[in-house]
Write a protein that binds this ligand. Sequence first.
Ligand code: DAT
Ligand code: MG
Length: 139
Amino acid sequence: MATNRTFTMLKPDAVEKRHIGAILDKISASGFRIVAMKLTQMTKGDAETFYAIHNERPFFGELVEYMTRGPIVAAVLEKENAVEDFRTLIGATNPADAAEGTIRKLYATSMGENAVHGSDSDENAAIESAFHFSGREIF
Ligand code: DAT
Ligand code: MG
């Protein structure tokens, strides 16, 4: 995986509220190219594995429940400096702290239901992309 790619999920709350189109539009308008994408639903096991780093945290059960309650849009995005620039585009984890115009400021409702995921490093972008997509699904 090249270092100019990141992985994102539009989380169940964003899909439920029909924000897929608006969020993808903002991502594209911000210079990211979608190189892989699908609507999918994580199993409990998937979510526990994906968020394993948080498994000792008090919110872990809620996080797994939330991430598995409905479909998500999983995607791989390409752009120069993709990981960092996408974290800037989505804003702070808690939407109350997110900058004006960021995806979380616009579409997230709370820390627990914050609309979108963005990888936090090139290494994790590669791991997370491979978790959801085979090589032939990434263009
Ligand atoms: P981010 O998604 O900004 O990378 P993270 O990796 O620290 O944030 O946490 C992963 C997700 O877990 C986050 O998007 C929402 C949830 N989460 C984190 N901290 C939380 C908290 N204190 N209370 C409830 N949910 C939390
Ligand atoms: Mg994170």
